[in-house]
Write a protein that binds this ligand. Sequence first.
Ligand code: PRP
Ligand code: URA
Length: 205
Amino acid sequence: MPLHLLQHPLASHLVTHLRDKTTKPAQFRTLAFRLSQLLAIEATRDLATAVRHIETPLEPTDGLVLAHSIVVVPILRAGLGMVEPFLELFPDVSVGYIGLERDHQTARAHSYYCKLPPLEARRVFVVDPMLATGGSAVQALSAVKANGAVDPRLICIVAAPEGVAEVERVHPNATIHAAALDRCLDSRKYILPGLGDFGDRLYGT
Ligand code: PRP
Ligand code: URA
């Protein structure tokens, strides 16, 4: 099963307030930040560590430190709302950017920007809050793999079953971390019950 759902009462609380149509952009950004923090911690549970010999004020000891640097790749523009928690939590993070936008008529994503740091030998996390048809996520995962990422993870806030199935079809080994798995897509390919257009709500557009 490629989908890992965040199981925490605080995550459910934050998702409910994100969904609420009366939540204003400033509060929406705070909620997105906090959920992304929880998701970032969950999705990095199995990061490799290395032994580091140190001395405490009392005696020498061995401890563990993170063995690899991390690359977080937001899908513009909504994914930007999920980057800051990675930068705050992890000591060694690079950021790559993939610009994809869904056509409002066809719901197909087209690429308008891609700037990625070196991805070899790094843990790569593609972040995008909404996994709807899966078109954007599939393209982004293909792009990071083509640039050297091995086993990239996808982190989203709300996933639709259709999007999960599409990612699994094209990238069968990809792991997806999400805070909520919703019911389905509507005729315009919006997630139900969802939270509307994440980018618009994040940036007040
Ligand atoms: C949204 C969202 C995802 C995409 C998901 O972006 O942030 O990137 O839709 O849909 P999909 O799974 O059907 O591809 P949007 O195209 O609205 O662009 P924006 O982030 O610039 O608002
Ligand atoms: N993108 C969004 O922002 N919301 C959806 O429901 C689907 C795609």
